[in-house]
Design a protein around this ligand. Structure first.
Ligand code: AMP
Length: 499
């Protein structure tokens, strides 16, 4: 079923705010519960304050989110002003920051970090017009360096026009994870984000009475684009934890009326290890994404939860693409059928997953070449992931094309070898890469985190399940596999280590 017209993220949020002012909407540690009415009022005042400091519609505001209400106020105020929120990972190094500032050319930034503020101001002097918000409180510095307390801005909109964004207007920029290359800035419209949330509402039966527990980072599509935006646009509640920690998840589930948990596979692994995963059994819906969950983890969780965790597939450029259903058959290791209104095809030669629908982005910032190259002649987005559609119409991801290993002329996806190695009960994590080799082109190296397991045992397990060219030539034991904050394996670091 194709959606008729894109839904505007901001309009969806405003509709909920105006429908009911008194319901609690968001809980953060710094402020406690905030009602829809207070959220509306605070973000309106902040938008006026931001406007008065010289930022207007279509400007870009670089935001380093933390998990505070203060961040949410600045983020929503930016959207209400018609400006574009550029989301940056607070962990970025200075050289990564310089790269994303060069791409996104922000007019202003918001951070609580003094060192980031002074670094960004230096970049500003180098020719980029930057204003700045400085911590620790709710301060906003204009481009002239004058500090303005957002909270001091007058009530009433005065001459400031707010809330005029349409579906086609830009809302957000997310940066791709950069696990294989430099991050790209992905421009997302209000319509793409809003329509995607309506599709999730249908498939996850996401309702106003839901209460989401969110411990994901908020600079990313998963935490912000789905978790925060979804709760606001669909009118449910969200409890935001200051960080992910199994004990914090456990106490939040005991203290609040939580019905949904969104996480990445490493969070579920940690909840299992701490013994807190059983608390998820009381929730209506647990969702996993951003990285493959793996069949072993799926089965272990199912034994505790009574059903499979709902695994979904998404990316910065396309929001959520497919998902196992809330109500209906869930298949582990599959990411479910495409969401309503989204078409998924597989390119026959490369097996690349191609996507078309209202969910797609508007282009990479400052990179027309990459934008053009990422669409085929039918306007389908090339995801860079490969996969297939199984007999039930569910999508199965084999791996990222960039991680494909070509050994002795044969194609091997790391995921296939990783899945086999993960079956050994002593193995807790694994990542497979190709090492340049004169003889093979690339040879397979497996990095394994394991307790009391010998390389021979792992090799014989592989011999039972994998044709010889897919078996690792070398196994390296590590204490942990390098991952980013979304739980994605940093293959480029592992490749650099063996290359
Ligand atoms: P990002 O743009 O940072 O959200 O990264 C998107 C990438 O994460 C996708 O292209 C996939 O490679 C990967 N990804 C997301 N969800 C899944 C999943 N459920 N299983 C496997 N890979 C996933």
């Amino acid at each position: 079923m194709l959606q008729e017209s894109p839904q505007c993220l901001l309009s969806l949020i405003l509709d909920k705010w105006s429908a009911d002012q008194n319901t609690n909407q968001i809980f953060t540690l710094d402020t406690g519960w905030v009602t829809r009415g207070r959220f509306e009022e605070e973000t309106r005042k902040a938008a006026v304050g931001i406007y008065r400091s010289g930022i207007s519609a279509n400007d870009r505001v670089l935001i380093f989110p933390d998990r505070s209400f203060e961040f949410l106020r600045v983020y929503l105020a930016t959207l209400r002003l018609g400006a574009v929120a550029v989301m940056a990972n607070p962990e970025y190094t200075e050289s990564e920051l310089a790269h994303l500032v060069a791409l996104s050319k922000p007019t202003a930034f918001w951070t609580r970090s003094e060192s980031k503020a002074s670094f960004l101001n230096e970049l500003g002097e180098a020719g980029i017009h930057l204003g700045g918000f400085a911590g620790p409180g709710s301060h906003l510095a204009s481009s002239k360096g004058k500090l303005l307390r957002i909270a001091d801005s007058p009530t009433g909109n005065g001459e400031v026009s707010l809330d005029f964004s349409q579906g086609t207007d830009s809302a957000l920029v997310f940066f791709t994870s950069g696990t294989t290359g430099k991050p790209k800035g992905v421009l997302m419209s209000h319509g793409s984000l809003g329509s995607n949330l309506k599709a999730l509402q249908e498939i996850w039966e996401w309702a106003e009475h839901d209460e989401l527990l969110l411990s994901l980072p908020l600079f990313h599509m998963h935490g912000l684009g789905v978790g925060i935006n979804g709760s606001l646009a669909l009118g449910s509640k969200v409890v935001i934890l200051p960080k992910f920690e199994p004990s914090l998840v456990a106490s939040a589930i005991s203290s609040y009326d939580i019905s949904m948990f969104f996480g990445v596979p490493t969070m579920y692994t940690r909840l299992l290890a701490s013994g807190d995963a059983s608390l998820l059994a009381g929730l209506r819906l647990s969702v996993s994404g951003s990285a493959p969950m793996g069949i072993e983890l799926h089965q272990s969780l199912r034994a505790i939860l009574g059903n499979y965790v709902v695994e979904r597939y998404g990316m910065s450029e396309a929001a959520m693409i497919s998902s196992n259903p809330y109500n209906g058959m869930r298949i582990p290791n599959s990411v479910g059928p495409p969401l309503p209104g989204i078409a998924v095809d597989i390119e026959s030669e490369s097996s690349e997953i191609l996507v078309k629908g209202p969910n797609l982005f508007d282009g990479y910032l400052g990179d027309l070449g990459s934008t053009e190259a990422s669409f085929d002649h039918l306007g389908r987005f090339r995801t860079g992931d490969s996969g297939f559609i199984d007999d039930s119409g569910y999508l199965v991801i084999s791996g990222r094309l960039k991680d494909l290993i070509i050994t002795g002329g044969f194609n091997v996806y790391p995921r296939e070898v990783e899945d086999v190695l993960s079956k050994h009960p002593g193995v807790t994590d694994v990542a497979v890469v190709g090492k340049p080799s004169q003889q093979w082109g690339e040879e397979i190296v497996a990095f394994v985190v394991a307790d009391g397991v010998s390389p021979e045992e792992l090799m014989s397990g592989c011999a039972l399940e994998l044709v010889d060219y897919k078996r690792p030539k070398k196994i390296v034991f590590l204490d942990s596999i390098p991952k980013n904050s979304m739980g994605k394996t940093l293959y480029k670091d592992l490749k650099a280590a063996v290359g």
